[in-house]
Write a protein that binds this ligand. Structure first.
Ligand SMILES: [Zn+2]
Ligand SMILES: [Zn+2]
Length: 212
């Protein structure tokens, strides 16, 4: 089995968990959700001694996608994800950054949109894509089935779920996404989320008040 490794870098004033994920066999990596603070992300890449081959986006919010266009230029790699229904968010990143007083953010269009059932590869690892609308219409989750972990963006958190008061948010759709796509992954699955600590599907199934 090809082993996956991950390092988390909290970025932006929103303390978003940018994740550098790599294949231990090949030392090939992806950067998931480079929202900003690219110097810190580049430091983690250098420390890990890995070569980045693509950028992945879980969804189109600024804290996740705000640094993607610049990092793509720096690393000369393609961007994959999210689902195309987040295009309206990616097209207004600059505008939304200005509203938060953040400069230097560019709009971005990915090289590949992702959809339910797609796969993305990094080195010899393969990640399955789940389309999980609700927090945003185009949110996707990356699942590594062999090692039982997932990267869920802002769909679910430890003890909570993603907010749905932003444009395109839909609380009923979010709960449906979690119940029909994340919970069936299995109790042993560990997930990394966009903000705060990691958790497992089993812990959330047992204790998350939003999933009762
Ligand atoms: Zn978000
Ligand atoms: Zn976020």
């Amino acid at each position: 089995m090809h082993k996956a490794r991950a390092a988390i870098v909290p970025v932006t004033p929103f303390q978003q968990n940018c994740t550098v994920l790599w294949c231990e066999t090949t030392k090939r990596a992806v950067v998931i959700d480079p929202g900003g603070d690219l110097d810190r992300i580049k430091q983690v890449i250098a420390n890990a001694g890995v070569g980045v081959e693509k950028i992945l986006l879980t969804h189109g919010h600024i804290d996740h996608a705000g640094g993607a266009a610049e990092l793509k230029d720096v690393l000369a790699v393609p961007i994959e994800g999210p689902h195309r229904s987040d295009l309206f968010l990616l097209e207004r990143l600059t505008e939304s950054a200005r509203a938060y007083g953040i400069g230097g953010v560019r709009n971005v269009v990915p090289d590949r949109w992702l959809d339910e059932g797609d796969q993305v590869t990094v080195g010899e690892l393969s990640l399955d894509i789940l389309h999980c609308p609700g927090h945003s219409p185009g949110s996707v989750v990356f699942v590594h089935r062999d090692q039982h972990f997932a990267i869920v963006g802002d769909v679910q958190f430890r003890g909570s779920v993603g907010r749905t008061d932003l444009p395109g948010g839909d609380h009923a759709a979010l709960i449906r996404s979690i119940k029909t796509k994340l919970l069936p992954l299995g109790d042993e699955v560990l997930f990394l989320c966009g903000h705060g600590p990691a958790s497992t599907i089993g812990d959330e199934r047992a204790t998350n008040p939003f999933l009762r």
